[in-house]
Design a binder for this molecule. Structure first.
Ligand code: NCD
Length: 308
């Protein structure tokens, strides 16, 4: 898989996913969950030698181009790279780059791929990761583009479901959020389409005035509930009027409908669509998702950089 671009969730198949998750289970999680204190050299900068005492050092450099806001994806990739023993450099704000002088993204990609070993891209434009990949000499990872693609979020969400539910097959998944505008939902639906399971979508843009009570039976059956914020940046003026109306909140009342072993997921950022009470419940597994984001991205970086 060395050198492979990660551009779309559609490129993942069972073989890729199983191999990646095996690496997370066998190499990454054990280090954080039990081996860390026993490691002969606990300094994480030396974790590049994790596989065996004689393994090659992980002295790679990651370039990040984030043209849209990001906390989790950006910091988890940076953390993943540094915990593996590598380092990262940032493109900085687009306004400070030569793109504003008229340099094309193609030419930019050709240049900056000489400075690093992998490039991570976040953008509002659907096509930008592909444009950069065409001229980049190093693998490109799509860290969220437009309204449809967030492949690494799909991987970490799938990993979390597998880890906490023990399987993916035959689950009842309820997706509760801004269905058309949330790329996390589009990517989750894409990756879950590889498995036989049931998905029910509750589109909060379309059904804002409906009381959630009408979904009682759906929530009672759910194994996984996946919530997103309203993606107000895509709503134009409507966005600010929808936020905070309270009609679309997932509350402790809805939570009481769920099975004891259901899980409630959210890609973050959480705005006001989930009450604070819900966040105290053990079924709210958001922190596990955040942790898995780091673990899955560590394995993914090892994979695309061909460091085994
Ligand atoms: C999401 C994104 O930017 O697509 N954040 C993330 O990467 N976890 C979700 C969002 O902004 O709602």
């Amino acid at each position: 898989m060395r050198g492979t671009h990660i551009l779309t969730t559609r490129q993942f198949d069972h073989e890729f996913i199983d191999r990646l998750f095996e690496m997370v289970d066998k190499k990454v999680r054990p280090f954080f969950e039990k081996d860390r204190d026993r490691h002969p050299n606990p300094r994480l900068a030396h974790w590049g030698t994790w596989d065996s005492p004689n393994a090659r050092r992980f002295d790679y450099l990651m370039g990040t181009i984030f043209c849209q806001p990001s906390t989790r994806t950006r910091m988890s990739f940076e953390s993943a790279m540094k915990r593996l023993g590598g380092n990262s450099i940032d493109f900085g704000p687009e306004a400070h780059s030569s793109v504003v002088k008229g340099e094309t993204w193609q030419d930019t990609a050709e240049v900056i791929s000489q400075y690093c070993d992998v490039l991570c891209v976040r953008t509002q434009l659907d096509e930008l990761p592909n444009i950069i990949a065409e001229r980049s000499d190093v693998p490109v990872i799509n860290c969220g583009s437009g309204r449809n693609e967030h492949p690494t979020q799909a991987l970490l969400d799938l990993y979390t479901i597998k880890q906490l539910k023990g399987k993916v097959e035959n689950l009842n998944v309820v997706i509760f959020g801004d269905i058309e505008n949330a790329r996390t939902i589009a990517s989750l639906k894409q990756i879950l389409s590889l498995y036989p399971l049931d998905i029910v979508e509750i589109d909060l843009m379309k059904r804002l005035t409906d009381p959630l009570d009408q979904y009682i039976e759906i929530f009672k059956k759910a194994d996984v509930v996946y919530i997103t914020r309203m993606q107000k940046e895509w709503h134009g003026d409507l966005g600010s009027t929808l936020i905070g109306t309270g009609n679309h909140r997932f509350t402790e009342k809805t939570l009481t409908l769920l099975k004891d072993d259901a899980i409630v997921m959210h890609p973050g950022p959480v705005v006001d669509e989930v009450t604070y009470e819900v966040r105290k419940d053990p079924r709210w597994v958001y922190k596990q998702q955040v942790k898995n984001g780091l673990y899955v991205r560590m394995a993914l970086l090892k994979t695309v950089l061909g460091h085994h």
